[in-house]
Design a protein around this ligand. Structure first.
Ligand code: SAM
Ligand code: SF4
Length: 326
């Protein structure tokens, strides 16, 4: 379905839980955020009904995210149910990777096509620091198992933070020379708990790319990387994987935004950065079916703003990234 700005809305990001086993400094406060009571979280069958409605307005791609989606019980079952919905042809996952070893094969079998794994540093001490306790070796195990399971492409999401990991961009880009990994450098966004300090820590993608090419040589644009979304991808002359940049702040890509977001508690959000949400859970629990939910999807598409206003600061008092679904 087209929105008021002639964008084709065909992608829904589904937050399956607001809970997480890490506390990344740019995403959550140290104590975590107040979790939503279990009964307020959407049930699997409710998510299925919502995705059926989404498919009727033209959604084809679903990304399962969170919080940490691998903490959600029944994720493989949910994936199977979503995969069987007519019109849905791509199901992907964004995860911190820690729990992949226990479920990667099951998720592939259930119908996940691709995975994005978040990894902000190659140094174990820094990983512990930025995630407030995470074990880097477990993430690498998850990445390797994802490759072995045949997921393609495996993308790594890397948020670059000034004076923390900006000295690692060259070593991270180097990973793509020999391995089929697709690293995406994401500009830090002033969202939720990171709002107060993000400004001083922001590194524009142009600067990251400049550092990489100065050390490793020219990057050549790549077209047609599956699920390329808002990232711009490049490859070294003899590279195996690719290097991507997501310029949410320095060069927003709102004019090609094709997505809606579903929060773990059933809020349908037209834009990450707009606090307005349409509540789907209450109507669902009051007996609404696919037809009524389809109508609410149309309302959400009509509400989609032309662009985000992140440079003005975070306005949503209620939610942080892990609750909306990054
Ligand atoms: N827990 C999963 C993970 O970490 O991949 C999925 C949810 S997480 C919110 C999704 C993505 O959002 C991660 O790649 C994370 O790095 C990114 N993210 C969170 N807060 C961010 C911020 N303030 N700026 C940029 N990216 C952010
Ligand atoms: Fe958890 Fe992902 Fe947020 Fe890190 S970025 S705290 S792993 S939800």
């Amino acid at each position: 379905m087209q929105d008021n700005y002639r964008r084709n809305i065909n992608y829904l990001r589904v937050s399956v839980t607001d809970r997480c086993n890490l506390r990344c400094v740019y995403c959550m406060p140290p104590q975590g955020v107040q979790t939503i009571p279990h009964e307020e979280i959407l049930r699997i069958e409710e998510i299925e009904t919502i995705v059926r409605a989404a498919a009727l307005i033209g959604v084809k791609k679903i990304r399962l995210t969170g919080g940490e989606p691998l903490l959600r019980k029944g994720l493989a079952q949910l994936t199977k149910q979503v995969a069987s919905i007519p019109g849905i042809d791509d199901i992907t996952l964004t995860t911190n990777g820690l729990l992949l070893p226990s479920c990667v094969a099951e998720l592939k079998e259930a119908g996940i096509n691709r995975v994005n794994i978040s990894l902000d540093t190659l140094r174990a001490d820094r990983y512990r620091e930025i995630t407030r306790g995470g074990d880097l070796s477990r993430v690498w195990k998850g990445i390797q198992l994802a490759l072995d399971a045949g997921f393609h492409p495996v993308k790594l999401n890397t948020v670059i933070i000034r004076n923390f990991n900006d000295d690692e961009v060259v070593s991270m880009a180097r990973l793509t020379l020999k391995r089929p990994l697709h690293i995406r450098f994401i500009e830090l966004m002033p969202i939720g708990s990171s709002d107060s300090w993000a400004k001083g820590c922001f590194v524009p993608a142009g600067e990251i790319m400049g550092q990489i090419t100065a050390r490793l040589g020219q990057l050549f644009p790549v077209k047609n990387l599956t699920g390329s979304g808002p990232a711009k991808y490049y490859r070294f002359k003899d590279g195996t994987g690719t290097v991507g940049f997501i310029t949410s702040m320095s060069e927003h890509f709102c004019n090609s935004c094709n997505r809606l977001r579903l929060t773990a508690s059933g809020g349908l959000r037209p834009c990450l950065y707009d606090e307005r949400e349409i509540d789907l859970k209450t109507p669902l629990r009051n007996g609404a079916g696919v037809k009524e939910i389809t109508g609410l999807f149309m309302d959400a598409v009509a509400m989609k703003p032309d662009r985000h206003h992140m440079l003005d600061g975070w306005r949503d008092e209620q939610r942080v990234m892990s609750q909306i679904g990054g």
